[in-house]
Design a protein around this ligand. Structure first.
Ligand SMILES: O=C([O-])CC(=O)C(=O)O
Ligand SMILES: [Mg+2]
Length: 552
C-alpha cells in the first residue's frame, strides 16, 4: 500500500510533455531518466546529463546556503516547492532541523509580514468577501480532488504578530509543509486556505502592493455566514477532510471551535495543538525533576487561545489524576492585559470565567507571581520580555526547579530568551520556548532547551485522524498525543535541558502519535474505517516518502 501511495500519479488528465517539467508535482528536473525522456518527449528540453536525486539535493543545498538572509532562504525554498515538489520535500526531510526555523517560526512570520512584497506565485486557495455565494465553485478550481487536510486562516492573529490580512497565507502553507515533512502526509492531500474578510491593519490597507480586500474586517453574522459557507463548501467538494483552524483572532476562534467541533472534523491548532504540546512539556518536566502534575500551580501570562486551551487541557489531565474539575481549575491562574483574573473582575470573556478565583486582584504580573508563588509560569501573551529579571528571580526564589515556558512566537515575541531564563534562575529553570533558541552556555554548562511548539503535535494528530477517517477530533486525542510525546523524551534530552525530543526525531514521534490517535478514534467509535490488525503498519501505509516516481 505504501508503494501505491508513493507511486501514484496525481495528475487529473494526461499531461503533455511540458507539464512534466512545469508541474511541480510531476517535475524531476535533471533526474528524468533516459527511458522517461524517450517516452515523454523530454530530450532537448533538459541538459543531456542525468543527475541522481542526491546530486540534486547537493545543488539545492549549495544554493540554499549561499543565501545570506533567512528571508532569502525562505524565498528559495518557496520557489523550490513551486518547481520540484518531490525535491523540496526530500531536502526538508534530510535537513529538517536546519530548515524548520525558515519554513516555520520565526522566519515564516517575517515572510508573512513581507508577503505582498516577496510574492512570486500563489499557493493554495483564496476565498474572500468578494466571492460570497461562490465558495463551493471556487473549491472546484483546485486541481486535486482528494483533499484530506485543509489549514485555514483569516489572518487576524498571525503568530504573535497580529492582523496581517491576506498575507497570513504563509502560515497555512508553512503548517502544511510540516504535515508532509513531519508526518508524511501526501502533498496532494494538503490544501492551504486563506479566507480574506478584510483587515484592520491600516499599514497594509495603505500599501500599494497589498492584494487583499482593503476593507475593515467583517464581523458578526456576516462573518459567521462566510465561515459557514466555507465549511459547507468543503463538505460539498471533498470527503473526510480535516479542517485545521489557524491564527484566527480570539474574538472568533473559541466560538468557531465550539460551533464546528461536533459537526465536522476540525480542531483549532492554537487552542488545542498548543495545549497538547504544553501538556506534554509538563508531563516530561515531571519525569525530569520529579513531582506530580496535580501539585503544580500554573500562572499564565495571557488568557487568549493558547492560554485557555492549555488551561483546559491541564484541567482534564489533572482530573485524570483524581482531582475534581473545581480543584484542578484552582491550580490554574491567569493574567490578561488588565492583570490577574479574579472573581471581583467585571465583564470577563466567557473563556476566562472558569479561572476567575477568589483572590486579591493584582495589576502587575510580578506582584501576581509574588502573591501566588506559582511552580510554573507559561507565557502565551505575545509580549516580548514580560518574564523580566525580577519575575524570574522570584520564580527561582520560591522553586527549586521553576518551570518557565515562553511560548509566544516568533522568537522576538518570546516572554524571555533561553539565556535570560537560565541566567536569572542560577541555571535551575526548566525552560521551553515556542520558537527555537540557540544552545546557551552559562558558567561552563551548556543548555539546549526544547521547542514547545505545536509542530510536535498537529502533524501526528492529523495523520492519525486522516488514516482512521475520524469523524471528529477529540480532547482525548490531544491528551494521548501529549502522553506519547512526553514518553519520547530521553534521559539524554533531560541532561541537555530539554523536555522535548530533538527535532531529528519528529518524524518518528509523529508516526507514534498518529498510531495512538487512530487508536483513540477506534476506541471512541469515531473511525470511518475498520480497525486494522496492525495499527503501526496501517499508519505507515499512509506515509509519503519524497522519492521520485517512475513514469515508464
Ligand atoms: O506557528 C507556530 O509556531 C505555533 C502557532 O501555532 C502560533 O504561534 O500561532
Ligand atoms: Mg498558530
Amino acid at each position: 500500500m505504501a508503494h501505491d501511495l508513493n507511486s501514484r500519479l496525481t495528475y487529473p488528465n494526461t499531461p503533455s510533455n511540458i507539464n512534466y517539467l512545469y508541474d511541480p508535482a510531476l517535475n524531476k528536473g535533471t533526474a528524468f531518466t533516459r527511458e522517461e525522456r524517450d517516452a515523454l518527449g523530454l530530450w532537448g528540453l533538459l541538459p543531456p546529463g542525468i543527475n541522481t536525486m542526491s546530486e540534486q539535493v547537493l545543488r539545492a543545498m549549495g544554493n540554499y546556503r549561499r543565501k545570506t538572509s533567512d528571508l532569502e532562504k525562505y524565498i528559495f525554498l518557496a520557489a523550490l516547492q513551486d518547481r520540484n515538489q518531490t525535491l523540496y520535500y526530500r531536502v526538508l526531510a534530510d535537513y529538517l532541523e536546519e530548515m524548520m526555523p525558515i519554513i516555520y517560526t520565526p522566519t515564516v512570520g517575517l515572510a508573512c509580514q513581507e508577503y505582498v512584497h516577496i510574492f512570486r506565485r500563489p499557493k493554495g486557495i483564496f476565498v474572500s468577501s468578494r466571492n460570497k455565494g461562490k465558495f463551493s465553485r471556487i473549491l472546484k478550481n483546485w486541481p486535486n480532488k482528494d483533499v484530506r487536510v485543509i489549514v485555514i486562516t483569516d489572518g487576524e492573529r498571525i503568530l504573535g504578530l497580529g492582523d496581517l490580512g491576506v498575507a497570513g497565507m504563509g502560515i497555512p502553507v508553512g503548517k502544511l509543509s510540516l504535515y508532509t515533512a513531519c508526518a508524511g502526509i501526501h502533498p496532494s492531500w494538503c490544501l492551504p486556505v486563506t479566507i480574506d474578510v478584510g483587515t484592520n491593519n491600516v499599514k497594509l490597507q495603505n500599501d500599494p502592493l497589498y492584494f487583499g480586500m482593503r476593507h475593515d474586517r467583517i464581523r458578526g453574522e456576516a462573518y459567521d455566514s462566510l465561515i459557514e459557507e466555507f465549511i459547507m463548501a468543503v463538505q460539498d467538494n471533498f470527503h473526510h477532510t480535516l479542517i485545521q483552524f489557524e491564527d484566527f483572532g480570539n474574538i472568533n476562534a473559541f466560538r468557531l471551535l465550539g460551533r464546528y467541533r461536533n459537526r465536522v472534523c476540525t480542531f483549532n491548532d492554537d487552542i488545542q495543538g498548543t495545549a497538547s504540546v504544553a501538556l506534554a512539556g509538563m508531563y516530561a518536566a515531571m519525569r525530569m525533576i520529579g513531582g506530580k502534575l496535580v501539585d503544580q500551580k500554573i500562572l499564565f501570562l495571557g488568557a487568549g487561545e493558547a492560554g485557555t486551551g492549555i488551561g483546559d487541557l491541564i484541567v482534564k489531565a489533572m482530573m485524570d489524576e483524581g482531582l475534581s474539575q473545581e480543584e484542578a481549575r484552582e491550580r490554574c491562574w491567569f493574567t490578561d492585559s488588565k492583570g490577574l483574573i479574579v472573581k471581583s473582575r467585571q465583564k470577563l470573556a466567557a473563556h476566562k470565567v472558569p479561572y476567575a478565583h477568589e483572590f486579591e486582584y493584582q495589576a502587575d504580573f510580578l506582584d501576581a507571581v509574588k502573591a501566588l508563588k506559582p511552580t510554573a509560569v507559561v507565557g502565551v501573551s505575545g509580549q516580548a520580555k514580560a518574564f523580566s529579571q525580577p519575575v524570574l528571580e522570584e520564580m527561582a526564589r520560591c522553586n527549586e526547579r521553576p518551570l518557565v515556558f515562553a511560548l509566544s512566537n516568533p522568537t522576538a515575541n518570546a516572554e524571555c530568551t533561553a539565556l535570560e531564563a537560565y541566567a536569572w534562575t542560577d541555571g535551575r529553570a526548566v525552560f521551553a520556548s515556542g520558537s527555537p533558541f540557540e544552545p546557551v552556555n552559562l558558567r561552563g554548562v551548556t543548555y539546549e532547551p526544547g521547542q514547545g511548539n505545536n509542530a510536535y503535535i498537529f502533524p501526528g494528530v492529523g495523520l492519525g485522524v486522516i488514516a482512521s477517517r475520524a469523524k471528529h477530533v477529540t480532547d482525548e486525542m490531544f491528551m494521548t498525543a501529549s502522553r506519547v510525546l512526553a514518553g519520547e523524551v530521553s534521559q539524554e534530552d533531560f541532561e541537555r535541558g530539554s523536555i522535548y525530543p530533538p527535532l531529528v526525531k519528529i518524524r518518528e514521534v509523529s508516526i507514534k502519535i498518529a498510531a495512538a490517535v487512530a487508536e483513540v478514534a477506534f476506541d471512541q467509535g469515531l473511525a470511518g474505517v475498520p480497525r486494522p490488525d496492525d495499527l503501526r503498519d496501517f499508519i505507515q501505509s499512509h506515509v509519503y516518502e519524497p522519492n521520485y516516481q517512475s513514469y515508464v
